[in-house]
Design a protein around this ligand. Structure first.
Ligand SMILES: Cc1cc2nc3c(=O)[nH]c(=O)nc-3n(C[C@H](O)[C@H](O)[C@H](O)COP(=O)(O)O)c2cc1C
Ligand code: SF4
Length: 614
């Protein structure tokens, strides 16, 4: 049962408050821990947090209501089971398994069981697509779910066994690395890249980064050396000072974006699990180059299970003199990294929303300019880079820019780590030089009957079988890493529909084209799915998609229509065969919606109904 009676709550909150002090940027971390401890965020908890941090209650409430892993005012069960709802989980039977489990436990999805023990729900992709169907139970990952596994989970819940005491085999997560290249293939000695940086010098290391042509691996492909130099220049060009939220100080911040919320992407999870030293080393090299003393790893809430392990790596690195003050004996080379956990919000992967979240706020994308490189975390010049980008940076510091630039293509240097899932024999992690064809990748992972590939997740591109000679490269198919394969037996309409639900759920609601556009798109897709779609609906989706692309405030809204637009263009038959012959049927039943008004006014005559147009 939720533990919200006031004396008990005060007792439970005390260690959380002690750990985080009175720093308002810690609101989200405090709320997360309250949720973990009490299984709910009740009004009393919100009052106590606001009083402790000396901030308005409405701010705490606003944060609690924004993140999907925080229950807001709703109580969750002592056990909270959330099934990953990516299309690849669905292809592996997620929906049927969730129904099976709910039936067994006599529970409705989204509702608290009568005994207050359990809540079952769906959540956006948990980043385990190579070992789905996947789920989270009280934040811990469950993979390869089947009925036997769920039977065991039912028993464990019914016997009130704490999740910490459940059999370890339930929580096994595999790396599944199936192809290694320059980044993953070579053993890395912690400290080697830092020592190479110190030997070469910060400026010269930047020159190597520049020469390497490394472009960000988080999706947009911005040149990393340029980003680092803008951040560095934001202070030095201003004679060592920038005006920040907390005064005028010359400081810069390095942030590693491990939000990895794009459905179908899971390579950052593997990098953090097995290559954390490489990632932290890249951040530390970057800190030397731009002159940062503070670093954050923004870890998505779904990867909470990696937290202790990553804290352990950071601690070891401090003990090895690879973090902290006078790193590797170099006077004034001070840098440390803090881990900040997200709480289930895809938009927090967008760099300015991520910074808002780091500051303990709702993850709402900022207006730009100014860009984070000049005005980021608390106003400090801030570099936000992807996990894989930092891993590449460490390798470049070690081996030099030319070594890196010699791999891949002239516009896309180096290699790309892909997360491969869907219809193939060998799902997992594959590292390829840029320029590799889709056909080659499909052959390697055993996707013989591939019909389409969703490259770079729902916000990316749908590739038909006619385009399998295209290449993974910024100049052709740029990607943050997701590679979801669909064979001929799959209904691509359901893929596009799943993605339209995803975007409607994840839109932060700040701007109208995205908030309304994603919801309308979802509704029209549902209407077509229900057999009520008409040719006018397809036109409507095309127009709506263009409007969202051109008018939305951030990358979520500008890319949310991609799957529908791509499939309408490349696979029109999946829509056309579902259409009704009618030219138009409204998506919204206006006459039905007026039923309440008719009841209140006591009218049900024909004039009180909308007439159907002939
Ligand atoms: C909605 C949205 C979600 C994003 N999610 C991520 C993410 O999970 N990880 C990431 O590295 N970049 C993500 N990005 C891109 C970041 O905004 C940013 O460009 C990236 O972290 C920069 O790092 P890079 O230069 O190393 O690629 C996202 C962008 C948008 C619009
Ligand atoms: S485009 Fe969508 S996610 Fe981005 S700010 Fe607007 S509503 Fe929020």
């Amino acid at each position: 049962m939720p533990l919200c009676d006031t004396p008990k709550l005060t007792q439970l909150l005390a260690p959380i408050f002690e750990k985080h002090g009175r720093d308002p940027t810690k609101v989200l971390q405090i709320l997360r821990e309250v949720q973990e401890t009490t299984h709910c965020i009740c009004n009393d908890a919100i009052d106590q947090i606001a009083a402790h941090l000396d901030i308005p209650r409405v701010r705490v409430e606003g944060v609690a209501g924004f993140y999907s892993f925080l229950s807001g005012g709703r109580a969750c069960g002592e056990y909270r089971l959330m099934f990953s709802d990516n299309i690849t989980d669905r292809m592996l039977g997620k929906q049927e398994l969730m129904e099976y489990f709910c039936k067994k436990m006599w529970i409705e999805p989204g509702k608290l069981s009568e005994d207050g023990l359990l809540t079952v729900d769906s959540t956006s992709c948990t980043g385990m697509c190579d070992q789905g169907p996947a789920a989270l139970i009280n934040g811990r990952p469950l993979t390869n779910l089947d009925e036997n596994c769920l039977d065991l989970i039912c028993e464990l819940i019914r016997s009130h066994k704490p999740v910490a005491e459940w059999p370890a085999m339930l929580f096994e997560v595999q790396d599944n690395i199936l192809r290694k290249d320059a980044l993953l293939g070579e053993a890395f000695e912690p400290g080697a890249a830092i020592r190479a940086t110190l030997k070469r010098g910060a400026r010269e290391t930047w020159a190597e980064m520049d020469k390497s042509n490394l472009r960000g691996r988080g999706g947009a492909g911005f040149k990393t050396a340029s980003k680092w130099s803008f951040c560095h220049a934001a202070v030095s060009e201003d004679e060592g000072h920038v005006v920040c939220d907390i005064g005028e100080r010359s400081e810069r911040v390095m942030v590693c974006n491990a939000d990895e919320g794009e459905p179908g992407t899971f390579k950052d999870r593997v990098l953090l699990n097995s290559y954390a030293d490489l990632v932290f080393e890249g951040m530390t090299v970057g800190a030397k180059v731009v002159g940062a003393r503070r670093g954050f790893l923004y870890l998505r809430g779904e990867y909470r299970y990696l937290l202790e392990q990553l804290e352990g790596v950071l601690q070891r690195r401090r003990e090895q003199g690879l973090l902290g003050t006078n790193i590797c004996g170099e006077a004034g080379y001070d840098f440390d990294i803090e881990i900040h956990l997200g709480a289930g919000a895809y938009i927090c992967g967008e760099e300015s929303a991520l910074i808002e979240s780091l500051e303990g706020k709702r993850g709402r994308p900022r207006n730009r300019p100014p860009f984070p490189v000049t005005h980021g975390y608390l106003g400090y010049p801030t570099v936000v880079d992807n996990v894989e980008t930092f891993a590449c940076a460490a390798k470049i510091a070690l081996h030099g820019g030319e070594w890196f630039a010699a791999m891949g293509t002239p516009q896309s240097a180096g290699t790309k780590v892909l997360s491969i899932s869907g219809d193939c024999e060998r799902r997992g992690i594959y590292e390829y030089p840029f320029g590799t064809t889709i056909r080659q990748i499909l052959q390697d992972c055993g996707a013989e009957d591939a019909y389409a590939v969703q490259v770079s997740g729902p916000s990316g591109t749908t590739i038909s079988w006619k385009e399998f000679d295209r290449k993974i490269a910024f100049e052709d198919l740029g990607t943050a890493g997701a590679f979801m394969i669909f064979n001929r037996s799959r209904d691509l309409f359901q893929m596009a529909r799943n993605f339209s639900h995803f975007f409607a759920h994840e839109s932060c609601g700040f701007c109208t084209p995205c908030r309304v556009g994603t919801t309308l798109m979802k509704r029209i897709m549902d209407k077509v799915n229900g057999g009520h779609g008409t040719a006018a609906d397809l036109e409507e989706m095309k127009n709506l998609g263009q409007l969202m692309k051109s008018m939305s405030h951030c990358g979520l809204g500008t890319s949310a229509a991609n799957p529908v637009l791509d499939t309408l263009n490349k696979f029109p038959d999946i829509y056309e065969r579902r259409l009704k012959a009618l030219a138009f049927e409204p998506a919204f039943d206006l006459d039905g919606a007026l039923a309440v008004a008719r009841r209140i006014t006591g009218r049900d005559d024909s004039e009180a109904h909308l007439r159907a147009e002939s």
